[in-house]
Design a protein around this ligand. Structure first.
Ligand code: DAH
Length: 348
């Protein structure tokens, strides 16, 4: 058969095949079959041996032209198929942004954390530092440095979990006072700190006792600190947590590390002082302990009590939260029952 005719036919059939190829594998097969070393065009070129010298270059260039045309058609079809493939994939992966999302349940800070945060914020605003102390504490700091030597009867005020004779779970946050006083550099300014954290007592758990609860310790040491400074500070705490109209009163008390010592009551936020079930008819609710730092405590920490003095206080966030929200059982704070905790939503 005439080689030109054969080439024309190859082109015609080839273009048909290329156009009807439906996927990239098929087009690749066509390319290999049609243009490869063992393909029909190569065969035609081989058959040129039998042609005359004039005909050979003409048929040769014709064959090359057809080969180029087919190669171009293959490339074009390949590109089309690739675009189709991408379009199909995009179609399949379309996201309907108007569909409703999956509701994520948002948590909130624990009610005790909320109270602690509120008090921290108040004191940060007044230039206090917030100090952390160890919960596993030395007898030395938990008692001795706070003017409670071994066998001191006031140790009986706190039932203690001992780990060894010298190591215990701290019964109060007051040891952080001693630790902070020991390292404070007064050339940098007065000592003003609060220290929130967990404390432990060997109590039997009931509605008002938990073997683990919280305290926030407060301590200020400087020159010329008076009880008026203490009273003003305590009043601020009472107003911040229990409301602007609250007043406080201080009653003489005893703590080994303060002299004088005072128990602090806040005017009842429920009845405003008239007397009700919350304040047990007295108009006042006891909320914290406080006093002027005992000279022995200063001396033991290496501070000269003739030059420096200060005040300290210790309050219980658990008790604050119970009073503020009318929670009747302290154990509710530690049971992690979401139905209980969700009532203290910060949203309102
Ligand atoms: N640490 C005392 C307690 O747990 C509370 C307390 C009272 C702390 C008076 C003080 C303070 O800093 O001055 O009962």
């Amino acid at each position: 058969m005439d080689l030109r005719k054969k080439l024309e036919e190859l082109k015609h059939n080839g273009l048909n095949d290329i156009q009807s190829a439906k996927d990239l594998e098929k087009i690749n097969d066509i390319r290999v079959n049609l243009l490869g070393k063992k393909g029909p065009i190569t065969e035609v070129l081989r058959g040129m041996r039998d042609l005359s010298a004039e005909e050979r270059p003409q048929v040769g260039s014709f064959a090359n032209k057809i080969r180029d045309e087919l190669a171009q058609a293959i490339a074009k079809r390949k590109e089309e198929l690739e675009l189709e493939k991408i379009a199909a994939k995009l179609e399949q992966e379309t996201i309907d942004v108007t569909l409703p999302g999956i509701q994520v349940k948002q948590g909130q800070a624990h009610v005790l954390t909320q109270i602690i945060d509120q008090i921290e914020e108040l004191f940060l605003g007044m230039g206090y530092q917030i100090v952390d102390g160890p919960e596993v504490e030395e007898d030395h700091y938990n008692f001795e440095m706070l003017n409670l030597p071994k066998d001191h009867p006031a140790r009986d005020m706190q039932d203690t979990f001992y780990i060894t004779e010298q190591i215990l779970m701290r019964t109060q946050t007051s040891p952080v006072q001693a630790r902070t006083m020991e390292v404070h550099d007064f050339s940098k300014g007065p000592l003003k700190m609060i220290s929130p954290g967990k404390v432990y007592r060997r109590d039997t758990d009931d509605a008002t006792h938990s073997h683990q609860f919280h305290q926030i310790e407060g301590l200020v040491i400087d020159k010329n600190i008076t009880m008026a400074d203490l009273k003003g500070t305590l009043e601020l705490i009472a107003k911040t947590v229990f409301g602007k109209e609250r007043e406080i009163r201080m009653r003489p008390s005893y703590f080994p590390f303060t002299e004088p010592s005072a128990e602090v009551d806040v005017s009842c936020f429920k009845c405003g002082g008239k007397g009700c079930n919350v304040c047990k008819g007295t108009g006042w609710i006891e909320v914290l302990g406080s006093g002027m730092v005992h000279p022995n405590v200063l001396k033991m920490a290496g501070i000269d009590p003739e030059v420096y003095g200060g005040f300290a206080f210790g309050l219980g966030p658990d008790r604050f939260a119970m009073l503020k929200y009318g929670v009747e059982d302290i154990r509710d704070f530690y049971l992690n029952d979401a139905r209980f905790l969700q009532q203290f939503s910060q949203k309102g």
